[in-house]
Design a protein around this ligand. Structure first.
Ligand code: GRF
Length: 188
């Protein structure tokens, strides 16, 4: 059995797509959701879909070893970031080498980096006059959005598209591809 921990701080639409994709899978399961925001909608997603959700503070992640110990004790094979906004500390990166992945809602290396999240990304893409955008799934390193790219998928931007239209297109790609790429990583 391969075990996944999903780290999420927001709406949890990717977490939901991933959990639903692996429901009933005998070889891969979502062991836990780790969340840093007590108001995040992903907590409700976890409750609805019966996945344990662990709420953490900065102290838990950066100072104490609780999270690290918890992930090890839970035999986690892959940490999946799905809208988790805090930087992952070095101790987690070194405990899970090439076992932490992230999804970014644009075609890295463009439109990445600190503070590039949410609609800001899509607005920047629009303002830059790009003809296409998409998703990037990458391994994590100590810098935002700079780890090795595992997968990208593009979608076209129409001249009439707003940032919200782009967001919808990108989210569709995320929900379709993130679970499949996770499965590929865990079964290769
Ligand atoms: C996604 O757009 C993902 O690319 C980014 O954060 C967003 C999370 O959305 N890293 P959700 O919480 O899964 O709906």
């Amino acid at each position: 059995m391969k075990r996944i921990a999903i780290f999420a701080s927001g709406n949890g639409s990717n977490a939901k797509a991933i959990i639903q994709y692996f429901q009933g899978n005998k070889n891969i399961r979502i062991e836990t959701i780790v969340c840093n925001n007590p108001k995040a909608k992903v907590i409700e997603v976890a409750r609805e879909l019966n996945i344990p959700c662990r709420l953490i503070t900065r102290q838990d992640l950066y100072i104490e070893d609780d999270i690290l110990n918890f992930l090890k004790a839970s035999h986690i094979d892959l940490i999946v970031l799905a809208g988790f906004l805090w930087l992952i500390p070095e101790k987690l990166l070194s405990a899970f080498p090439d076992k932490i992945i992230n999804i970014h809602p644009a075609l890295l290396p463009k439109f990445g980096g600190k503070n590039m999240y949410g609609n800001r990304v899509h607005e920047s893409v629009l303002n830059a006059g790009e003809k296409e955008t998409g998703i990037t799934i990458h391994l994590l390193n100590e810098k935002y959005d700079e780890g090795k790219i595992k997968f990208q998928k593009t979608c076209a931007i129409d001249s009439s598209d707003s940032a919200e239209d782009i967001s919808r297109k990108v989210q569709k790609l995320e929900h379709e591809w993130y679970p499949k790429i996770i499965e590929g990583i865990l079964t290769s």
